[in-house]
Design a protein around this ligand. Structure first.
Ligand SMILES: [Zn+2]
Ligand SMILES: [Zn+2]
Ligand SMILES: [Zn+2]
Length: 138
């Protein structure tokens, strides 16, 4: 995974540094969006606080390696940007997060454009919030 992370940084013309590699490894292993706090907790002991994670993460976001997503009002979430179009389903009780791959974005984009004064739409955010099965049985 170190090799994958190194290549990713090089492909995006970012300097390969230990903190960046450490962040990417955490995201590779997580397979789901993480809060900055969760990333900091998973780093080798004493490596970074949340503020440092935010700073390093922002460079990765700017480079297009990592996506920053709004899944709750209190914290930004980060996940690897695999270049695919997917969204998230969040349980508002236990914070469980699932990926959602259904997205009729072409249809919606046409409708949005037709009713607007814009010439193009480049990206979109769409997240779903609800109650997961486990929580609904409590
Ligand atoms: Zn739940
Ligand atoms: Zn995701
Ligand atoms: Zn989409």
């Amino acid at each position: 995974m170190i090799q994958e992370a190194t290549i990713l940084l090089q492909e995006h013309s970012l300097r390969v540094t230990q903190p960046r590699l450490a962040l990417l490894l955490v995201l590779f292993r997580a397979q789901r969006p993480l809060r900055a706090q969760e990333v900091a907790d998973k780093l080798p002991k004493g490596r970074a606080d949340t503020a440092t994670v935010y700073r390093s993460m922002n460079a990765l976001v700017d480079a297009g390696i990592v996506r920053r997503i709004d899944l709750d009002a209190h914290a930004k979430f980060f996940e690897l940007d695999r270049g695919d179009d997917h969204h998230h389903l969040v349980c508002t009780l236990c914070q469980k997060i699932e990926d959602v791959h259904a997205c009729e974005i072409d249809t919606i984009t046409k409708q949005v454009l037709n009713g607007s004064t814009f010439s193009q739409i480049n990206h979109h955010h769409l997240e779903f919030f609800g109650v997961c099965l486990a929580c609904s049985q409590c």
